[in-house]
Write a protein of this length. Sequence first.
Length: 95
Amino acid sequence: NSVVISTESSVKYLTYPYSDGQKTGFYADQRENRLMVAELCRNKRVLDLCCYNGGFALNAMIRGHAASAIGVDSSQDAVDASVANAELNGLAERD
């Protein structure tokens, strides 16, 4: 499984377009929604439920200048992907 770093609106994501399944690790159809949410986040605390790869939280922090963001998902794989994408974008986990 080759990893490809994809960039959307200056936010980087680890994607897997060559994996065996149809999922790449990225929902391109949510681009406009991520940008819209980012516009509402300046100095706010953001909760990204069902975060999958952290797209909304990442946009809130990077493009929207949110005070903080936390991603929650029932899948540990999704949480791990979110953390990896945050690290890829220079966002360290804070307590």
